[in-house]
Design a protein around this ligand. Structure first.
Ligand code: ZN
Length: 390
């Protein structure tokens, strides 16, 4: 340490000594004590009038037990399915319920698309398209014998489709989904990346943070109209699946759907409802609301959920509808809550595993963790698709 560094200057010492001396005067002492008491009284009163300022306990109470009807999860696997004879009727009933909660039209018609541009890239052609209200990209690999299997990739929050195809930098969120479309096209898959409603370029104010921007406000407005953001996005994803199945580069071969984060939520919903999707991958991922109620305090739980779901089932029930088809679940050991908790405690995986076991298809449910954060593990995705989709 250099000379004089870290020591109070002479003037500061004298000031401190002067103030301490003043406190020896009983009137000054009394005034100072009153000021401190008034300060704490003000903080306490403000916290009482604004509950947001009161810190939530580390182990929150069971929120579902508060003012909720007793018969929640009325259509859950745990509550309804005793043996294999019940399984198919349970799946059908829950599919109908989820379709109704999200106000979806299943088996939508194949949309017409217009080609906006086509650019030759290293190993694939990048085709910019538009269908209905949805902009998107088709990535068509070079040097393969068509048709080849198709992969529908659903973006999570962030800069959307542009980042998934390696054409745009991700600055809002970590680079968990960057280049995944480009990577899979170079590995020989025909890839479709739609830009879903209110995400990526269809969010008007990304810079202000997507969970608090128009994306979230639009979600709130939709819920007041009896619709949901997730429902609109799921409908667009179902339409996108129809388009991918119909492409000449893919025709008659199977398709898969993958997604990260909110894209992962959408990917298991779409695969659960469209039996023609042969494989699905949810990267960070399926979340058990029942076991992870502390997450109910975060904004995603308001505008990015299936409205009314818990009356009937939890997220792992919906993902379980994919059984017996191949389903890959991944989580990062380094990512934040609640995903890292699923990585360690496997609440959702263990629940879904029971469904696959009843279907005698345990080998088709793949659970992997990786040493990354909130992101894909590209190698794990490629190995899974090569094994189950080719
Ligand atoms: Zn959101």
């Amino acid at each position: 340490m250099g000379p004089g560094l870290g020591r109070p200057k002479r003037g500061e010492n004298e000031l401190m000594r002067y103030l301490l001396n003043q406190l020896k005067n009983p009137i000054v002492f009394l005034l100072a004590a009153c000021c401190i008491l008034l300060f704490f009284a003000f903080v306490f009163q403000t916290a009482r009038s604004n509950p947001n300022l009161i810190t939530l306990p580390k182990s929150p109470p069971n929120y579902l037990a508060l003012r909720t009807p007793e018969d929640v999860l009325k259509l859950s696997f745990d509550n309804l399915v005793q043996d294999k004879e019940d399984l198919e009727s349970w799946k059908e009933e829950l599919r109908i319920k989820v379709t109704s909660l999200l106000r979806l039209e299943l088996n939508p018609p194949v949309p017409d698309y217009v080609m906006l541009s086509s650019v030759r890239k290293e190993g694939y052609d990048l085709i910019h398209i538009q269908y209905e209200r949805i902009p998107g990209y088709i990535l068509v690999p070079h040097d393969v014998n068509y048709p080849v299997p198709g992969v529908l990739i659903l973006a999570g929050h962030g800069h959307g489709a542009g980042t998934l195809i390696g054409e745009q930098e991700e600055v809002l969120y970590a680079d968990g989904q960057v280049d995944i479309g480009q990577y899979l096209a170079q590995e020989g898959y025909v890839v479709l990346v739609p830009e879903l409603d209110t995400l990526g370029s269809r969010a008007t104010d990304l810079a202000s943070g997507i969970h608090t921007g128009t994306h979230a406000r639009y979600g709130t407005l939709l819920s007041m109209l009896g619709y949901s953001s997730l429902g609109i996005q799921a409908q667009e994803a179902l339409t996108s699946a129809e388009l991918l199945k119909s492409l000449d580069w893919v025709r008659d071969l199977p398709i898969g759907v993958i997604g990260l984060s909110t894209g992962s939520h959408l990917s298991f919903i779409v695969a659960a409802l469209d039996p023609e999707i042969k494989v699905a991958h949810s990267a960070s991922g399926v979340l058990s609301t029942i076991h992870l109620q502390e997450w109910l305090t975060t904004p995603e739980y308001i505008h990015d959920q299936i409205p009314g779901l818990l009356e009937w089932a939890d997220q792992p029930d919906v993902a379980g509808l994919i059984s017996p088809r191949p389903f890959l679940m991944t989580y990062g050991n380094q990512e934040g809550k609640p995903f890292s908790i699923e990585a360690k405690r496997k609440y959702s995986y263990n629940y879904i595993k029971a469904i696959y076991e009843m279907d005698q298809a345990e080998g088709n449910l793949v659970f992997k963790t990786h040493e990354g954060g909130h992101q894909y593990s590209k190698e794990i995705v490629k190995d899974f698709l090569d094994e189950y989709l080719r």
